[in-house]
Design a protein around this ligand. Structure first.
Ligand SMILES: C[S@@+](CC[C@H](N)C(=O)[O-])C[C@H]1O[C@@H](n2cnc3c(N)ncnc32)[C@H](O)[C@@H]1O
Length: 425
């Protein structure tokens, strides 16, 4: 992995400081880079043989993206689609829940684009420092880089406080770093609940190998990494989720289901057993749709769905129906008839909204009902914790549905559900 260049302003942000009152202020840019990350103004040429002014390279920003283990491929594809990096995102060495990608352009644009990712849990500006211990981070240039990254995060989405995630975060060294950051940014330091997360950790081992390969036989100190989260909350915390609903799907998993299906602007979308509407909202935020319908048997689920859909600004595009999803005849006329192109579902699991004993009937019924209301070529995407049951049901329904790929295994809060993508035969 390429190391950060030693330019003290690698994120392309302005050199920043604070006034005496702690109000953020901006200072003079350094290093030939303008505040916006573009070229600085050139002095007029005074002679014929003056060297021609060169355009400084576009600023680059290294970003770490975390994800739920199992969704790395989906996130990598989304990064390629949304951010078009010069080189694809790659795994962070030794981690199964993080990718790294280097993006080119003004940092404000880069961070705004990163915030559009829907399958990432969180995003961080990643700075590397060739220092032997965190104590050195408070020195002038190092601190300026960290402050720049904090400012870039604040411009992308405001925070009022910060905290560290680091081994020894309660030590005197971090108290001093907190003090310096507090003074430089005007943010409050709240070790427990700070909004803006600043991670400090050892550099990755790969840096050590690269240096060793350059001929030096001895091990090189991997230095320290500082990662500044983009935004006060993880990307996975959706602002549209205003209604708490037990058993609601994780939004990044829902976004991954949508990505696996490949949303199309003109399709009719159906969310069976929609609960509080997570899959429906994530689908509609990913692309347009000719129609969007949610069906659930529980009125309190649909109340929650209506609130979330409204908070997402989607009320006019969604129809919510109280009905037994497994009996399409009872709700199909209100849903505009058969011929849906995409069906999304995460049926009950455990004892929360159903029972394990009932899982076979529910999954079989779901495959049947979804087939009845779709046309050949339609896609069905199912998230379920009832893995063995679903395997049996998909095998038994092989005349109705074909799985173009193996199910995707996700790791979420101690559970390991699968995402099945199925094509109507
Ligand atoms: C796991 S929850 C869905 C959670 C939802 N994706 C969300 O994010 O809130 C399962 C839902 O299936 C609904 N359900 C169970 N059996 C049903 C049936 N036969 N017809 C319609 N809905 C049903 C439950 O009411 C519950 O809301």
């Amino acid at each position: 992995m390429a190391r950060e260049r030693r330019d003290p302003r690698p994120t392309g942000t302005s050199r920043t400081g604070t006034s005496r009152t702690g109000t953020p202020r901006t200072g003079a840019p350094r290093g030939g880079t303008s505040r916006a990350g573009g070229p600085s103004r050139q002095q007029p040429s005074s002679g014929r043989n003056q060297p021609r002014p060169t355009t400084p390279p576009a600023p680059t920003t290294r970003i770490e993206l975390t994800f739920l283990p199992g969704l790395g491929d989906v996130l990598r594809d989304e990064v390629a689609r949304v951010l078009s990096p010069a080189r694809p995102a790659t795994p962070v060495p030794g981690r199964d829940d993080a990718l790294v990608v280097t993006l080119t352009g003004p940092v404000g644009t880069v961070l705004a684009d990163v915030r559009r990712l829907r399958t990432a849990v969180a995003a961080f500006v990643w700075l590397h420092f060739d220092v032997p211990r965190p104590r050195s981070l408070v020195s002038g240039d190092h601190l300026a880089r960290i402050v720049d990254a904090v400012y870039a995060s604040l411009r992308a989405a405001g925070s009022s406080s910060f905290r560290f995630e680091a081994a020894g975060a309660d030590s005197a060294v971090f108290a001093r770093l907190a003090d310096e950051l507090r003074r430089a940014t005007g943010l409050a330091y709240d070790p427990e609940h700070g909004e803006l997360v600043v991670k400090v950790r050892r550099g990755t081992a790969r840096g050590v190998e690269q240096r060793a390969n350059q001929g030096a036989a001895r091990e090189v100190d991997p230095g320290w990494d500082v990662l500044v989260r983009i935004g006060p909350r993880p990307l996975s915390a959706r602002t549209w989720r205003v209604a708490d609903f037990p058993g609601a799907a994780n939004a990044t998993i829902a976004a991954a289901m949508v990505a696996l299906a490949g949303p199309r602007d003109d399709e009719r979308v159906l969310n069976l057993m929609c609960g509080s509407g997570t899959l429906l909202v994530e689908r509609l935020l990913a692309a347009g749709a000719a129609q969007a319908v949610g069906v659930d048997v529980a009125p309190d689920a649909l109340d929650a769905a209506a609130r979330n859909v409204e908070a997402a600004g989607l009320s006019r595009r969604v129809t919510l129906l109280t009905a037994d999803a497994l009996a399409p005849d009872s709700w199909l006329p209100a849903a505009g008839g058969a011929g849906f192109d995409l069906v999304l579902a995460d049926p009950p699991w455990g004892a929360l909204h159903g029972s394990h004993d009932d899982a076979e009937r529910v999954h079989t019924g779901l495959l049947r009902a979804a087939h009845d209301v779709t046309a050949p070529g339609a896609r069905l995407v199912v998230l379920t914790h009832e893995v063995k049951v679903m395997e049996r049901c998909v095998r038994a329904a092989d005349a109705l549905w074909r799985a173009p790929q193996p199910p995707v295994r996700v790791y979420a809060k101690g559970h390991h559900p699968r995402i099945w993508l199925l094509h109507h035969l």
